[in-house]
Write a protein that binds this ligand. Structure first.
Ligand code: ADE
Ligand code: ZN
Length: 347
């Protein structure tokens, strides 16, 4: 009989909440920083890893933005993205929707096109060589003002074909979604899908605003929505996907303990939840480790784990045919695992 880790590993799945800058492992950070002559404020990989103790989102963001300073050339973005794709290929990830933060790079003088081209070439190679499909979503940094987000949207129009969506990330408290009403309106009018981080640290009102002012298709995180029963009912009624990130929530103290994670409650409330890794190089696990952590801590059944994988395809930006093909593969995998269990029981 397969154990839970093997069952999770066998499931085809999509990852929908992943910041590419958050996949920069310390070893690669040192390699890239060295070749670019960028000094790092840590003497070694070990010292850097030891700094990954966070009390909240801002603690993490300070280190995450410092690490991203190493990225300058197109090949840095290529190497970063390729390393992530190889890792998740080994985890049976079949489709990825990747966030990047253009302003983190353009404000240091790295051209928008260099970032998109480096990431994009790795995505093309993954489609051809690893069978992983993808979409790219550019996030506006919410600690900056809307005028800067509007400039970023203008810059993105030169790479329009490469970018499927816009998102909103960085420091949530004090930066409500409504601050970005106009830039999201223009982005939606230009055909970008809109998503936004909301309810990670911010109150349920920020989730309402993301839905009703930014008109997002998905909410990234959404944990604090559970504090408002009317919001839970609305999310369930509209079937809005929530891209939940359990190990991120643990490392950023959104939950005190993984056994207190709300994922099981979200499922029981009928919410359309998916499991994702957010910034895996910083939070101690890629997507499979996130599934396994909640499976063990919350006692999720195999049916619930399969439902999460199914949700990941259904909530994606793939077209209907691509979703159906991947879900058929998922169903076949689950049926084969079930048969193994039955044969084991019968013998
Ligand atoms: N940027 C990278 N990871 C983030 C997170 N978890 N929340 C907000 N902004 C982020
Ligand atoms: Zn995130």
């Amino acid at each position: 009989m397969t154990n839970i880790a093997d069952f999770v590993a066998a499931l085809p799945k999509a990852e929908l909440h992943l910041h590419i800058e958050g996949t920069l492992e310390p070893e690669l950070m040192f390699t890239i920083a060295e070749r670019n002559g960028v000094p790092l404020p840590y003497a070694s990989v070990e010292e850097l890893r030891a700094a990954y103790e966070f009390s909240n989102l801002q603690d993490f963001l300070d280190i995450y933005y410092a690490g991203a300073n190493a990225l300058i050339e197109g090949r840095d973005f290529y190497d970063l993205t390729w390393a992530y794709l190889e890792r998740v290929h080994a985890q049976n990830v079949r489709h990825v929707e990747i966030f990047f933060d253009p302003q983190t790079h353009t404000e240091r003088g790295v051209p928008f096109a260099v970032v998109v081209d480096g990431i994009g070439r790795a995505l093309d190679d993954a489609e051809a060589g690893l069978g992983i499909s993808s979409r790219l979503i550019m996030c506006f940094l919410r600690h900056l003002d809307e005028a800067e987000a509007l400039e970023t949207l203008d810059a993105a129009m030169a790479c329009r074909d490469r970018i499927a969506g816009v998102g909103l990330d960085s420091s949530e408290r004090g930066n409500p979604p409504g601050k970005f009403r106009e830039v999201f309106r223009r982005a939606r009018a230009a055909g970008f899908t809109a998503v936004a981080h909301a309810g990670e640290e911010g109150p349920p009102d920020y989730v309402w605003e993301a839905l009703n002012v930014l008109e997002v298709a998905r909410i990234d995180h959404g944990n604090r929505a559970l504090e408002d029963p009317d919001l839970v009912a609305e999310l369930a009624r509209r079937r809005v996907p929530l891209t939940v990130c359990p190990l991120s929530n643990l490392k950023l103290c959104v939950v005190d303990d993984i056994t207190a994670h709300p994922l099981k409650r979200m499922l029981d409330l009928g919410l359309f939840v998916t499991v994702n890794s957010d910034d895996p190089a910083y939070f101690g696990g890629y997507v499979n480790e996130n599934y396994i952590a909640v499976a063990e801590a919350l006692g999720l059944s195999r049916a619930e784990l399969a439902q999460l994988a199914r949700n990941s395809f259904e909530a994606s930006l793939l077209d209907t045919d691509a979703k159906s093909a991947l879900i058929a593969e998922l169903d076949a995998t689950v049926a084969a695992a079930q048969e193994k269990i039955c044969n084991f029981s019968a013998n």
